[in-house]
Design a protein around this ligand. Structure first.
Ligand code: NDP
Length: 297
């Protein structure tokens, strides 16, 4: 048996097209495009790449992109003042502060300063709380993208056994909350979980968000299970000096047993930016009081 490969790249491209397709109606209703502001502090090369691709994707979707670059030496007060200006700016529907921030800046304080109704990353405690109690809010992009891929593949998730490995605030915990809201029976595993392989073997759905290259082995997977691999790990490549990307799941082994699996790269990765655009479109409609059928996207 060989698993179906879940093509996150294709799904993300379709989502971005659907989002772009809904922008003209918003523009017609409000006289402006949805706006996303991205704040980058310092010169971290990976963060610069992310910010550039977010800007490009925003513009391609017909939305307005506001970029704010602060030097690595910027003070916490300068950053907070930037966030407050964006909170007050009516053209800005979504605010994203690119993490990680330099060590002299208190990340929690910065996230807490973002207006929860513009927090399209879903990192504000108000949005974490809304998700926990089942109220409308903003959900972190990566787990929401994973849920979209799961529903696209499986349809109704009710009653399925789901095991999420990893309990970070940006992936594992919101992923577990989303699956619970879909009526899965959810286990949230972490570094202290006993007999992780045995726990994972029960799962109809496995979501691995650990940050350990190929930790989840083929013999952990229940035959026919759906496996979502969030991990992005750079490991030495075949040629000296070269590297390659692998997930948290040993893909080839797991694919021999699973029903479906996301590849790395090309699985969950491309979903994150697509969902960011989707969250920004939703934020724009909610802020402007313009109805949007979220099930259309
Ligand atoms: P964190 O480092 O914040 O969390 C890792 C989690 O894995 C922790 O809860 C930790 O447990 C758990 N863990 C660590 N070792 C083990 C182990 N041996 N057995 C079981 N659980 C373990 O990572 P993130 O959630 O931020 O990211 C996870 C992965 O997803 C990374 O590879 C990251 O690069 C990737 N990622 C990909 C994104 C995308 O766009 N595709 C977006 C975000 C992340 P404990 O809490 O007990 O320490």
């Amino acid at each position: 048996m060989s698993a179906d490969i879940i093509d996150g790249k294709a799904y993300a491209a379709g989502l971005r097209e659907r989002v772009a397709g809904l922008v003209p109606a918003f523009r017609a209703a409000t006289g402006r495009a949805p706006g996303l502001a991205v704040v980058l502090v310092g010169e971290d090369p990976a963060s610069q790449v992310y910010v550039r691709s977010k800007h490009k994707a925003t513009v391609e979707a017909g939305m307005e992109s506001f970029e704010h670059r602060l030097p690595a030496t910027a003070s916490q007060d300068e950053l907070l003042a930037t966030v407050e200006r964006l909170n007050a700016d009516d053209r800005v529907d979504g605010i994203l502060v690119q993490l990680p921030l330099p060590p002299h800046i208190d990340e929690k304080r910065v996230i807490a300063t973002i207006d929860p109704d513009k927090d399209v990353d879903g990192f504000h405690v108000v949005n974490a709380g809304r998700l926990a109690v089942g109220e409308e809010g903003y959900v972190p992009c990566t787990p929401l993208g994973c849920l979209m891929l799961l529903k696209d593949r499986l349809g109704d998730l009710s009653g399925l056994e789901a095991v999420v490995i990893g309990r970070s605030n940006i992936v594992g915990k919101p992923m577990a909350a989303l699956l619970l809201a879909e009526n899965c029976t959810v286990t949230l595993a972490h570094s202290r979980t006993r007999d992780l392989a045995g726990v994972v073997r029960r799962a109809d759905i496995v979501v691995a968000a650990v940050g350990r290259p190929e930790m989840v082995r083929g013999d952990w997977i229940r035959p026919g299970a759906t496996v979502i691999d969030v991990g992005i790990n750079r490991v030495p490549g075949a040629e000296p000096g070269k590297t390659r990307l692998v997930g948290d799941v040993a893909t080839a082994e797991a694919a021999a047993v699973a029903g479906a699996i996301t590849p790395v790269p090309g699985g969950v990765g491309p979903m994150t930016i697509a969902v960011l655009l989707r969250n920004t479109l939703v934020a724009a409609h909610r802020r402007a009081g313009v109805p949007l059928a979220t099930d259309a996207i």
